[in-house]
Design a protein around this ligand. Structure first.
Ligand code: PMP
Ligand code: GLN
Length: 393
């Protein structure tokens, strides 16, 4: 075949770092602190819910989602945010947050529209915007030695223009662990209002926050222009389920639904049913699940941060999510990719090069950084710490 096979839409895409570095971990039998997926046991009530969902109805669910899952998400919102969501008009179930992001961006962004993205970013955002023909406009989050990532008001203002259709936010933030403050969220809402832009708030780590997680849609003036994305994967340690949801005002949900119906049409029935059951169970009065999840991750964060402090890496302490960014300058590598390619063989540990979360123009900002995941067994974190400590010699 002489014709170019791939479309222009995908021409600039390489393989995602998550696929590359998990493969490296397997090849080297290294400890995988790269891709963010838990390696510990799935909670037993989650597996029970999955087993219980096996025997029942197995056909296509309704387009918005399985009614019991829509109800469970709606009740969760009412309980936590005091907002009553109509299960069908205000919620769309998606194939993980990933499809929610893709469907939302397809549904909202026209070719030539500008989309504000905080950098570093979760790598799907610019890819999704590019596939929709939109133009990403990057606004930097500046790492501080205290682990806080600073958002400069003037830089954010300068990113907006009359062409800004959408702002994509992620709090708690991957890869930095930043929790956006009330002032920052209010500024984003103010700018979105002024430019008549929409907001897409990716809150998949909403239950893994060590300070206060503030949902953007609850800020004054935000609801009417905001879509919020979450998913079952991080909260219940089942990243392979790929069940997510988007919530927001009816016209925005209707727009997403029109895209979603041509992407997967619907989401796996048994997984939706099991997701409803676990959301309902975790919400039972007196169930310590969410509190214990947060405590467990706080402990894992501290375990990894403390271990890294005894290695050549200087960790920035994250306020949420399950990743630590560290400074690797002391090791003297040319850049983060050289380091992360060498680490599996040299130390038996896999990490992610954060340049994957920066635009082509800004990749050098990540040259001296590395991302480690701590959603791993304590023994894996301890052993990784021991191996990385040996690099000091
Ligand atoms: N957004 C962020 C910030 C993430 O870290 C992830 C994790 N993969 C996703 C979205 C995708 O979530 P899901 O696995 O539910 O598609
Ligand atoms: N969200 C996870 C991470 O950031 C994994 C994402 C993926 O594998 N696509 O590591």
């Amino acid at each position: 075949m002489t014709r170019r096979v791939g479309s222009r839409r995908i021409a600039d895409f390489g393989e995602t770092v998550f696929a590359t570095y998990t493969r490296l971990a397997t090849e080297h039998k290294a400890i995988n602190l790269g891709q963010g997926f838990p390696d510990f046991e799935t909670p037993s009530f989650v597996l029970d819910a999955l087993r219980a969902s096996a025997g029942e109805h197995q056909q296509y669910p309704p387009l918005p989602g399985l009614p019991e899952l829509l109800e469970a998400v709606s009740e969760d919102h009412a309980r936590r945010f005091g907002r009553t969501l109509d299960p069908v008009a205000n919620i769309q179930i998606t194939v993980g947050a990933t499809e929610g992001l893709f469907a939302a961006i397809q549904a909202l962004v026209d070719p030539g529209d500008e989309v504000v993205i905080f950098e570093p970013f979760y790598d799907a955002y610019p890819a999704d915007v590019t596939m929709a023909g939109g133009i990403p406009k990057f606004v930097p989050l500046h790492p501080q030695s205290d682990g806080l990532w600073h958002l400069d008001e003037a830089e954010l203002r300068a990113c907006f223009s009359p062409k800004t259709k959408l702002v994509i936010l992620n709090t708690p933030h991957n890869p930095s662990g930043k929790l956006f403050s009330a002032e920052e969220l209010d500024l984003i809402v103010e700018l979105a209002e002024r430019h008549d832009s929409l907001i897409l708030s990716d809150e998949v780590y909403e239950h893994i926050a060590f300070g206060q997680h503030l949902p953007l849609a609850s800020r004054p003036g935000a609801w009417a222009r905001t879509l919020t994305i979450s998913s079952i994967g991080k909260t219940f340690s089942v990243t392979g389920w790929k069940v997510g949801w988007v919530s927001g005002p009816a016209p925005l949900i209707q727009a997403i639904r029109m895209a979603h119906q041509w992407i997967p049409f619907t989401v796996a029935t048994p997984l939706q049913r099991a997701s409803a059951a676990i959301l309902n169970e975790a919400a039972q009065p007196g169930n310590p699940y969410y509190r214990e999840l947060k405590q467990a991750y706080l402990r894992k964060r501290d375990l990894l941060v403390t271990a890294l402090r005894e290695t050549p890496f200087s960790p920035l302490v994250p306020a949420g999510g399950y990743f630590v960014i560290a400074d690797s300058r002391e090791l003297g590598y040319r850049d983060d990719i050289e380091l992360c390619n060498d680490l599996p063989a040299r130390a038996g540990v896999v990490a992610i090069p954060p340049s994957a979360f920066y635009s082509r123009e800004h990749k050098t900002l990540a040259r001296h950084l590395v991302r480690f995941a701590y959603c791993k067994r304590d023994e894996a974190l301890i052993e990784a710490g021991n191996r990385l400590r040996a690099l000091a010699g």
